[in-house]
Design a protein around this ligand. Structure first.
Ligand SMILES: NC(=O)c1ccc[n+]([C@@H]2O[C@H](COP(=O)([O-])OP(=O)(O)OC[C@H]3O[C@@H](n4cnc5c(N)ncnc54)[C@H](OP(=O)(O)O)[C@@H]3O)[C@@H](O)[C@H]2O)c1
Length: 189
Protein backbone atom coordinates (compact mmCIF):
# COMPACT_ATOMS: atom_id res chain seq x y z
CA UNK A 1 0.00 0.00 0.00
CA UNK A 2 2.93 2.29 0.73
CA UNK A 3 4.45 1.70 -2.71
CA UNK A 4 1.13 2.07 -4.52
CA UNK A 5 0.32 5.29 -2.67
CA UNK A 6 3.79 6.74 -3.11
CA UNK A 7 3.75 5.89 -6.82
CA UNK A 8 0.38 7.55 -7.31
CA UNK A 9 1.43 10.63 -5.31
CA UNK A 10 4.70 11.14 -7.17
CA UNK A 11 3.04 10.58 -10.56
CA UNK A 12 0.11 12.93 -10.16
CA UNK A 13 1.51 15.67 -7.91
CA UNK A 14 5.31 15.70 -8.38
CA UNK A 15 5.58 14.78 -12.07
CA UNK A 16 2.00 15.57 -13.09
CA UNK A 17 1.71 18.85 -11.13
CA UNK A 18 -2.04 18.27 -10.68
CA UNK A 19 -3.95 21.22 -9.24
CA UNK A 20 -7.46 21.66 -7.86
CA UNK A 21 -10.04 22.22 -10.60
CA UNK A 22 -7.91 20.49 -13.23
CA UNK A 23 -9.16 17.34 -14.99
CA UNK A 24 -7.22 14.09 -14.66
CA UNK A 25 -7.76 10.85 -16.57
CA UNK A 26 -6.53 7.82 -14.61
CA UNK A 27 -6.10 4.71 -16.74
CA UNK A 28 -7.21 1.64 -14.72
CA UNK A 29 -8.63 3.31 -11.60
CA UNK A 30 -9.48 -0.10 -10.13
CA UNK A 31 -5.83 -1.25 -10.03
CA UNK A 32 -3.63 -1.13 -6.96
CA UNK A 33 -2.01 2.17 -7.97
CA UNK A 34 -5.07 3.54 -9.76
CA UNK A 35 -7.34 3.26 -6.74
CA UNK A 36 -4.90 5.37 -4.73
CA UNK A 37 -4.65 7.91 -7.55
CA UNK A 38 -8.44 8.28 -7.80
CA UNK A 39 -8.71 9.10 -4.10
CA UNK A 40 -5.68 11.40 -3.98
CA UNK A 41 -6.78 13.36 -7.05
CA UNK A 42 -10.34 13.72 -5.77
CA UNK A 43 -9.12 14.78 -2.36
CA UNK A 44 -6.98 17.46 -4.05
CA UNK A 45 -10.09 18.93 -5.72
CA UNK A 46 -9.55 17.64 -9.26
CA UNK A 47 -12.23 16.41 -11.64
CA UNK A 48 -11.50 12.68 -11.87
CA UNK A 49 -12.19 10.50 -14.91
CA UNK A 50 -11.08 6.89 -14.94
CA UNK A 51 -11.24 3.76 -17.06
CA UNK A 52 -12.12 0.26 -15.85
CA UNK A 53 -14.59 -2.45 -16.84
CA UNK A 54 -18.29 -2.24 -16.02
CA UNK A 55 -18.09 -4.58 -13.02
CA UNK A 56 -15.83 -2.07 -11.23
CA UNK A 57 -17.76 1.10 -12.03
CA UNK A 58 -19.57 1.34 -8.69
CA UNK A 59 -16.30 0.71 -6.82
CA UNK A 60 -14.29 3.49 -8.50
CA UNK A 61 -17.24 5.87 -8.10
CA UNK A 62 -17.26 5.05 -4.38
CA UNK A 63 -13.60 6.16 -4.31
CA UNK A 64 -14.52 9.52 -5.80
CA UNK A 65 -14.37 9.12 -9.59
CA UNK A 66 -16.64 11.71 -11.24
CA UNK A 67 -16.79 9.92 -14.59
CA UNK A 68 -16.09 6.27 -15.40
CA UNK A 69 -15.45 4.91 -18.89
CA UNK A 70 -15.97 1.17 -19.40
CA UNK A 71 -13.00 0.27 -21.58
CA UNK A 72 -14.76 -2.87 -22.86
CA UNK A 73 -17.48 -0.69 -24.41
CA UNK A 74 -15.92 2.69 -25.17
CA UNK A 75 -12.58 3.94 -26.51
CA UNK A 76 -11.72 6.82 -24.18
CA UNK A 77 -9.81 8.62 -26.93
CA UNK A 78 -13.04 8.97 -28.91
CA UNK A 79 -15.05 10.62 -26.14
CA UNK A 80 -12.55 12.74 -24.18
CA UNK A 81 -10.59 15.91 -24.94
CA UNK A 82 -8.93 18.86 -23.15
CA UNK A 83 -7.61 16.71 -20.28
CA UNK A 84 -4.89 18.37 -18.15
CA UNK A 85 -3.18 15.17 -17.04
CA UNK A 86 -3.33 11.50 -17.97
CA UNK A 87 -1.93 9.05 -15.43
CA UNK A 88 -0.95 5.95 -17.42
CA UNK A 89 -0.79 2.68 -15.46
CA UNK A 90 -1.26 0.51 -18.56
CA UNK A 91 1.18 1.50 -21.32
CA UNK A 92 0.92 0.23 -24.91
CA UNK A 93 -2.10 1.30 -26.95
CA UNK A 94 -3.59 3.06 -23.92
CA UNK A 95 -0.51 5.27 -23.64
CA UNK A 96 -0.49 6.03 -27.36
CA UNK A 97 -4.18 6.99 -27.25
CA UNK A 98 -3.65 9.19 -24.18
CA UNK A 99 -1.77 11.88 -26.15
CA UNK A 100 -4.87 12.56 -28.26
CA UNK A 101 -7.04 13.60 -25.31
CA UNK A 102 -4.64 15.96 -23.53
CA UNK A 103 -4.82 19.72 -24.06
CA UNK A 104 -1.72 21.42 -25.53
CA UNK A 105 0.79 21.98 -22.74
CA UNK A 106 -0.74 19.17 -20.64
CA UNK A 107 0.93 15.99 -19.43
CA UNK A 108 1.00 12.23 -19.79
CA UNK A 109 2.78 10.56 -16.88
CA UNK A 110 3.42 6.82 -17.10
CA UNK A 111 4.58 4.36 -14.46
CA UNK A 112 4.80 1.52 -16.98
CA UNK A 113 6.84 2.33 -20.07
CA UNK A 114 7.94 4.80 -22.70
CA UNK A 115 6.44 3.48 -25.92
CA UNK A 116 8.45 3.84 -29.13
CA UNK A 117 6.00 6.48 -30.33
CA UNK A 118 5.98 8.60 -27.14
CA UNK A 119 8.50 11.21 -28.31
CA UNK A 120 6.80 11.73 -31.68
CA UNK A 121 3.31 11.91 -30.13
CA UNK A 122 4.54 14.31 -27.47
CA UNK A 123 5.80 16.65 -30.15
CA UNK A 124 2.75 16.18 -32.43
CA UNK A 125 0.24 17.04 -29.68
CA UNK A 126 2.44 19.49 -27.69
CA UNK A 127 2.11 17.28 -24.61
CA UNK A 128 4.76 16.74 -21.93
CA UNK A 129 5.57 13.07 -21.36
CA UNK A 130 7.48 11.44 -18.52
CA UNK A 131 7.93 7.85 -17.32
CA UNK A 132 8.68 7.74 -13.62
CA UNK A 133 9.85 5.17 -11.10
CA UNK A 134 8.60 5.70 -7.57
CA UNK A 135 11.17 6.54 -4.89
CA UNK A 136 10.46 6.01 -1.18
CA UNK A 137 9.81 9.37 0.46
CA UNK A 138 9.36 9.74 4.20
CA UNK A 139 7.19 12.85 3.91
CA UNK A 140 4.86 11.27 1.34
CA UNK A 141 4.51 8.07 3.40
CA UNK A 142 3.75 10.14 6.47
CA UNK A 143 1.09 12.15 4.61
CA UNK A 144 -0.49 8.95 3.25
CA UNK A 145 -0.53 7.44 6.77
CA UNK A 146 -2.31 10.53 8.09
CA UNK A 147 -4.86 10.27 5.29
CA UNK A 148 -5.51 6.60 6.14
CA UNK A 149 -5.91 7.54 9.76
CA UNK A 150 -8.47 10.23 8.95
CA UNK A 151 -10.26 7.90 6.47
CA UNK A 152 -9.48 10.09 3.46
CA UNK A 153 -7.84 7.03 1.89
CA UNK A 154 -9.02 3.44 1.83
CA UNK A 155 -7.61 0.29 0.29
CA UNK A 156 -9.56 -2.71 -0.90
CA UNK A 157 -7.92 -6.03 -0.03
CA UNK A 158 -8.45 -8.36 -2.99
CA UNK A 159 -6.88 -11.38 -1.20
CA UNK A 160 -5.11 -11.89 2.12
CA UNK A 161 -3.37 -15.28 2.31
CA UNK A 162 -0.70 -16.88 4.52
CA UNK A 163 2.86 -16.61 3.18
CA UNK A 164 3.47 -20.04 1.59
CA UNK A 165 5.18 -21.02 -1.67
CA UNK A 166 1.87 -22.14 -3.14
CA UNK A 167 0.20 -18.84 -2.24
CA UNK A 168 3.12 -16.87 -3.71
CA UNK A 169 2.56 -18.74 -6.99
CA UNK A 170 -1.20 -18.28 -6.79
CA UNK A 171 -1.09 -14.52 -6.21
CA UNK A 172 1.62 -13.99 -8.85
CA UNK A 173 -0.57 -15.75 -11.40
CA UNK A 174 -3.53 -13.66 -10.33
CA UNK A 175 -1.57 -10.40 -10.57
CA UNK A 176 -0.17 -11.28 -13.99
CA UNK A 177 -3.68 -11.83 -15.35
CA UNK A 178 -4.19 -8.05 -14.93
CA UNK A 179 -7.68 -7.94 -13.39
CA UNK A 180 -7.09 -7.67 -9.65
CA UNK A 181 -9.20 -5.03 -7.92
CA UNK A 182 -7.27 -3.74 -4.93
CA UNK A 183 -4.21 -5.21 -3.22
CA UNK A 184 -2.96 -8.79 -2.83
CA UNK A 185 -1.49 -9.60 0.60
CA UNK A 186 0.83 -12.41 1.67
CA UNK A 187 0.67 -12.48 5.43
CA UNK A 188 3.92 -13.36 7.25
CA UNK A 189 2.37 -13.51 10.75
N1 LIG B 1 7.06 2.83 -11.97
C1 LIG B 1 6.79 2.48 -10.72
O1 LIG B 1 7.43 2.94 -9.76
C2 LIG B 1 5.68 1.49 -10.45
C3 LIG B 1 5.21 1.29 -9.15
C4 LIG B 1 4.13 0.41 -8.95
C5 LIG B 1 3.56 -0.25 -10.05
N2 LIG B 1 4.06 -0.05 -11.29
C6 LIG B 1 3.45 -0.72 -12.47
O2 LIG B 1 2.18 -0.11 -12.66
C7 LIG B 1 1.33 -1.02 -13.35
C8 LIG B 1 -0.02 -1.05 -12.65
O3 LIG B 1 0.13 -1.69 -11.39
P1 LIG B 1 -1.15 -2.01 -10.49
O4 LIG B 1 -0.68 -2.78 -9.33
O5 LIG B 1 -1.96 -0.77 -10.28
O6 LIG B 1 -1.97 -2.97 -11.49
P2 LIG B 1 -3.12 -3.99 -11.15
O7 LIG B 1 -3.62 -3.78 -9.75
O8 LIG B 1 -2.67 -5.35 -11.54
O9 LIG B 1 -4.24 -3.50 -12.20
C9 LIG B 1 -5.32 -4.33 -12.40
C10 LIG B 1 -6.52 -3.48 -12.78
O10 LIG B 1 -6.36 -2.95 -14.10
C11 LIG B 1 -7.65 -2.93 -14.73
N3 LIG B 1 -7.46 -2.98 -16.17
C12 LIG B 1 -6.88 -3.97 -16.89
N4 LIG B 1 -6.87 -3.65 -18.21
C13 LIG B 1 -7.47 -2.42 -18.30
C14 LIG B 1 -7.74 -1.53 -19.39
N5 LIG B 1 -7.41 -1.83 -20.65
N6 LIG B 1 -8.33 -0.34 -19.12
C15 LIG B 1 -8.66 0.01 -17.85
N7 LIG B 1 -8.44 -0.81 -16.77
C16 LIG B 1 -7.84 -1.99 -17.00
C17 LIG B 1 -8.32 -4.17 -14.19
O11 LIG B 1 -9.72 -3.96 -14.21
P3 LIG B 1 -10.67 -4.99 -15.02
O12 LIG B 1 -10.67 -6.29 -14.24
O13 LIG B 1 -11.95 -4.29 -15.03
O14 LIG B 1 -10.05 -5.20 -16.38
C18 LIG B 1 -7.79 -4.29 -12.75
O15 LIG B 1 -8.65 -3.72 -11.80
C19 LIG B 1 2.05 -2.37 -13.37
O16 LIG B 1 2.62 -2.54 -14.65
C20 LIG B 1 3.14 -2.20 -12.33
O17 LIG B 1 4.28 -3.00 -12.61
C21 LIG B 1 5.09 0.80 -11.52
Amino acid sequence: MGLAGTTAWEAIFDAGKLKASQTILILAGSGGVGLMAVQLAKNAGAHVITTTSGKNTAYVKSLGADEVIDYTQTDFSEVLSHIDLVFDTLGGDNQRAAFKVVKPGGRVISIVETTDQAAALSSQYDVNFEKINARPDKQVISTLADMFGSKKLSVRIAEDLPFTVENVRKLHRKSEAGHVVGKLILNVN
